[in-house]
Design a protein around this ligand. Structure first.
Ligand code: PHE
Length: 370
């Protein structure tokens, strides 16, 4: 055996046994580096007699190439093993519960808004919204509540201190009209904005915040309403009644629901009705259904022809219905809270008790309140 053969056997054995990349690199330097054992043998080629070099030259080249190839193979092997070890060590168990545990809950008002969107989306309604800072034209005038109308006073409106301003170019109130900024007192201005911005047929609900200067156990200065609006040709009270019944059945998850429509008055609907839902009280517990007792849940009616005309539509061609309903009150009736003010206290215990898990996404198939 030549020196080269011995060296090859030793080196290949050491390479195969190298436990990690650092040891393997040490072997590479000791063999193929400037002062390496293979390099030293290669250097002897220069001083060889030509006939000896003819035999030893290819042999030494083969030694060098063989060692280099063995090092490359072992390197790939060790790197693959290192990657496997790292993947095993860094594995995440995605089934573990979140730590330190879920902290927040979905507020019942948000949950009920999601339930409303789910129910009405199934009936072909889109969700619309509008600004909470409104002008008195959208909030009152266009809704057939002129300046002198007692309903303006009844709304306990918060006016902004900026006071009056003149309608800017393109404002639907018309040039030079004097406008006042206010916090919207109901979601009905979204009816106006929707009719101005899109052609019929219109089917929308508009949930959102509303404001009135009023405060007791059943009134807070900020509260939530949902507006409903349908505008098309040939819309009647029959459509209104069916829509409300379908909504109330889905919302309270009760099939046996009776609605009572009482004649009422709103400036922006004609005729106007207040809607009661049949219910009963069992030992202080409310249950929806039957006709033992009645609870008022919303105001509604056929959109007044003057409101339709204020939005640039022909009331002889288009009719529709609208309704407005307190969301906080809906939540109280469905989920059993007794004091409205607690909705807005931000008390973590109340939120833990009445709040919903983020995973409790309302769906019709699971019953909206699931
Ligand atoms: N906007 C009315 C209110 O806040 C409710 C309502 C809306 C009534 C739509 C009829 C139609 O009292």
């Amino acid at each position: 055996m030549t020196d080269a053969d011995t060296l090859r056997i030793d080196l290949l054995a050491a390479i195969a046994a190298a436990p990690d990349l650092a040891v393997l690199d040490g072997i590479r330097v000791a063999a193929l580096g400037k002062a390496g054992s293979v390099t030293a043998l290669m250097k002897t080629l220069g001083s060889m007699a030509p006939d000896v070099r003819l035999v030893d030259g290819p042999r030494l080249n083969a030694l060098r190439d063989g060692v280099a190839a063995a090092i490359a193979d072992r390197k790939a092997e060790l790197e693959a093993a290192a990657l496997d070890a790292r993947l095993a060590a860094e594995r995440l168990d995605l089934t573990l519960p979140v730590s330190p545990g879920p902290a927040g809950t979905i507020h019942p008002v948000s949950q009920v808004m999601d339930e409303l969107a789910e129910i009405f989306a199934d009936l072909g309604f889109a969700v619309a919204d509008g600004p909470e800072i409104e002008d008195d034209w959208h909030n009152f005038t266009a809704l057939n509540i002129p300046e002198s109308h007692p309903a303006r006073a009844m709304h306990d409106t918060f006016y902004l201190t900026q006071g009056d301003h003149v309608a800017p170019n393109g404002h639907p109130a018309g040039a030079a009209t004097s406008l006042r900024w206010l916090l919207r007192t109901h979601t009905s201005p979204v009816q106006i904005r929707t009719m101005l911005n899109q052609p019929p047929p219109i089917r929308i609900i508009a949930p959102g915040r509303t404001y009135r200067s009023d405060s007791d156990a059943t009134h807070t200065p900020m509260f939530h309403q949902v507006e409903g609006l349908v505008i098309d040709r040939g819309i009647t009270m029959g459509h209104l009644k069916w829509t409300l019944e379908t909504f109330v059945k889905a919302f309270f998850e009760v099939d046996d629901v009776t609605l009572r429509l009482r004649p009422s008055y709103f400036p922006f609907t004609e005729p106007s009705v207040e809607v009661d839902v049949g219910c009963s009280w069992d030992g202080g517990m409310l249950s929806i259904g039957g006709t033992a007792s009645w609870l008022e849940i919303l105001g509604s009616g056929m959109v007044h022809p003057r409101v339709i005309a204020a939005c640039g539509l022909d009331p002889d061609e288009y009719q529709g219905f609208a309704f407005g309903c307190g969301i906080d009150r809906l939540a109280m009736l469905k989920y059993g809270m007794t004091d409205l003010r607690a909705f807005f206290d931000g008390d973590a215990r109340w939120l833990r008790h009445y709040g919903f898990k983020p995973t409790d996404v309302p769906t019709l198939s699971a019953g909206v309140g699931a």
